[in-house]
Design a protein around this ligand. Sequence first.
Ligand code: HEM
Length: 127
Amino acid sequence: NQNITPYEAIGEKTLSRLVDSFYGKVQKHPLLFPIFPDDLTETARKQKQFLTQYLGGPQVYTEEHGHPMLRARHLPFPITPARANAWISCMKEAMKEVELEDELKDFLLHRLQLTAHHMVNTADVDN
Ligand code: HEM
């Protein structure tokens, strides 16, 4: 169907499973867990809201939190190129785990890679 949004194509349930699987991996990633809260319940809830509207669904993130201003919201955290790659690799694994269909996977991954790159605010340190 050409007339449905990516959000409808993925579906609320799969999107929710994707986000939960993703944060399960973030929580274990050596480059990522140190900058995230220990309890990711609220983070996952906000990410579900954000991705819903990012994919053309209802504007539920903005309704509750205002304009996403994602880059500004990430400025308190040192986001290096290596962390952006780590974020994307966790997302790729989560996509595999929930068996997102290829076309949706490629579409979403491409957009997330651009967004992740845009979040980088700190240079890599070699140590
Ligand atoms: C929040 C890290 C990329 C969407 C956060 C938080 C951290 C973080 C540490 C705060 C968690 C909390 O306090 O609850 C990163 C890193 C990234 C990255 C290391 C690597 C590039 C992205 C991307 C997106 C995104 C690509 C969009 C798809 C969000 C959202 C929040 C968030 C929606 C919640 C903002 C809020 O508090 O309302 N991220 N992030 N992040 N991130 Fe990211």
